[in-house]
Design a protein around this ligand. Structure first.
Ligand SMILES: O=C(O)CCC(=O)C(=O)O
Ligand SMILES: [Fe+2]
Length: 205
């Protein structure tokens, strides 16, 4: 697997610095995208929860995807996590974000599945700094990611493209997954800061 060159990192950092998000339709090399998709299909996926306390039925009104956390247990996962570690270093060196670690899960949306508009982090209540979503297959209809600004105005809808990556500031951009009309596979992840949360447990898992 070849990592992006120095100039490629520029094409990530410059737009991110200007707008707080960046969309890279061809981030992952094709062999790694296929290996990850195959790996996802071996994993026991479970109905995703929104919060620890939320009841399952309530969760289902908000999101319908099935997920499995990556734990570096396969070569594909190791390669992906190594690449994201490089990305973490670049963000830390160039944007001084103080990112401390990365967690991510596979997600499968089947036809009709969605994730209602939400923020991945609430100010002061989470140590999630950056959200990343890597798409493992291309979807031509339905299943777009809609990204909104701080005034709740639509910025853009992104149609999942195999190997594509979006990165955005977790506290700043509400977003939603529009109902899928065919299977949609991705890896959603979060770069985190090592905050002390005054006894609050980070609500990520
Ligand atoms: O899959 C996507 O495009 C976004 C998923 C998402 O918002 C999340 O898992 O928090
Ligand atoms: Fe999200």
């Amino acid at each position: 697997m070849s990592a992006p060159t120095a100039t490629d990192w520029d094409s990530i950092i410059t737009p991110f610095y200007q707008q707080g998000w960046v969309w890279l339709p061809t981030f992952l090399p094709e062999p790694l995208t296929s290996a990850l998709l195959e790996d996802l299909q071996q994993q026991p996926l479970r109905a995703a929860g929104v919060g620890r306390q939320a009841a399952h039925l309530q969760d289902q009104q908000i999101r319908r995807d099935h997920t499995a956390w990556l734990d570096a247990s396969t070569p594909a996962q190791q390669q992906y996590l190594a690449l994201m570690q490089q990305l973490q270093q670049v963000f830390n060196q160039r944007c001084l974000l103080g990112l401390f670690d990365f967690e991510c899960h596979y997600a499968r949306y089947q036809s009709g599945d969605f994730y209602q508009k939400h923020l991945d982090a609430f100010q002061g209540r989470s140590n999630r700094v950056l959200t990343t979503v890597t798409y493992l297959n291309s979807v031509t209809e339905g299943g777009a990611l809609a990204l909104y600004d701080e005034q709740d105005q639509l910025i853009r809808q992104f149609q999942p493209a195999a190997g594509g990556l979006i990165v955005f500031e977790s506290e700043r951009f509400p977003h939603e997954v529009l109902p899928a009309s065919s299977p949609r596979f991705s890896i959603a992840g979060w770069f985190r800061r090592n905050n002390s949360l005054n006894g609050l447990i980070d609500p990520s898992r």
